[in-house]
Write a protein that binds this ligand. Structure first.
Ligand SMILES: Cc1cc2nc3c(=O)[nH]c(=O)nc-3n(C[C@H](O)[C@H](O)[C@H](O)COP(=O)(O)OP(=O)(O)OC[C@H]3O[C@@H](n4cnc5c(N)ncnc54)[C@H](O)[C@@H]3O)c2cc1C
Length: 273
């Protein structure tokens, strides 16, 4: 462990109101399941010393269907998503994504709010949430605002969230149409995505979101438009090749990612025909 634990200071919140008041007064770094934060502490990349433990906040653990919206509290874990009949009925692609996150221990601790706030472009829930037109609910001690996930990130692991705000929930409108999810990694479990695609198809439109190919999760809007116009799949793939500009990094080359993205979107289109 590169970070000396004895230099860290932890407060624990017992209600959301407490947590928000502490965030406003002390601007601490919130901790949910700690599965990302602990890795950062281990590698010495987390510089913060003052933390706020959100884990006791059961009010952020609910999954509910309100009118036509599915609402996931920020502390909903992957295990809770997998077990939820509401998620199974409304957003099965989220269950597929959750099943492929880390291993069982990570699924038991890792939360949807943590995945969104951490903002890794390889976060597996993010393409699902982007394809489902999710909204991030941010709350501070005196305000609440709803930001579409597609407008939440401002760059690599950077977002519009303020230092005194917490993600309290993710809201999802009812998804109409066939849902599709694929993660490509080096192995079946405990793998970071090389390319991850989530997509929704209904009669007149397609929504396609891709992770691990850019600094943030991206929606393939030109490809979506081409598919919605009824263009042949090869024309839509020309649009995809023009709009996808993947990154080269230690996990994959840009060329590999581009080809895999195209292969996955072709497969989505044929499997949901
Ligand atoms: C071995 C291993 C395997 C993994 N495999 C995968 C994988 O396959 N796919 C994947 O996507 N991820 C994976 N992860 C990463 C991690 O498990 C997920 O990103 C998880 O969802 C993070 O949630 P958490 O609750 O643990 O977040 P934490 O580590 O507690 O927090 C992460 C960040 O989010 C902030 N934060 C947390 N909650 C809130 C909130 N409510 N409001 C505002 N900010 C908040 C924290 O301040 C921190 O910056 C893996 C991690 C490990 C260690």
């Amino acid at each position: 462990m590169k970070t000396a634990l004895s230099t860290l200071e932890l407060r624990r919140a017992h209600t959301l109101d407490d947590a928000l008041a502490i965030m406003r007064a002390e601007h601490r770094v919130p901790i949910a399941g700690a599965t990302d934060l602990y890795v950062g502490l281990n590698f010495g990349t987390v510089r913060a010393r003052r933390f706020l433990d959100l884990w006791p906040l059961d009010e952020l653990r609910t999954i509910s269907a309100v009118d036509d919206r599915l609402v996931l509290g920020a502390l909903v874990t992957y295990t809770a998503m997998i077990a939820s009949p509401i998620v199974r009925e409304r957003l099965p692609m989220l269950i597929e994504a959750a099943r492929q996150v880390g291993g069982v221990q990570i699924q038991n601790r890792g939360t949807v709010g943590g995945n969104v706030a951490n903002g890794s472009p390889a976060g597996d829930s993010l393409p699902v949430l982007a394809a489902a037109d999710a909204v991030v609910v941010l709350r501070s001690v005196d305000s609440e605002r709803r930001v579409p996930l597609t407008a939440f990130y401002t760059g690599y692991r950077a977002s519009v969230m303020r230092a005194d705000e917490l993600i309290v929930a993710i809201e999802l409108p009812r998804v109409v149409g066939a849902q599709w999810f694929r993660k490509v990694g080096t192995r079946a479990a405990q793998a970071i995505s090389k390319v991850v695609v989530a997509a929704v198809r209904n009669e007149s439109s397609a929504r396609i979101a891709v992770g691990s190919i850019a600094p943030t999760v991206v929606r393939l809007t030109a490809t979506e438009r081409a598919l919605a116009s009824g263009a042949p799949i090869d024309d839509a793939m020309a649009a995809l090749r023009a709009e996808v500009r993947p990154i080269d990094d230690l996990r994959s080359t840009a060329e590999y990612r581009k080809r895999v993205t195209e292969n996955l979107v072709r497969r989505f289109w044929s499997e949901t025909a």
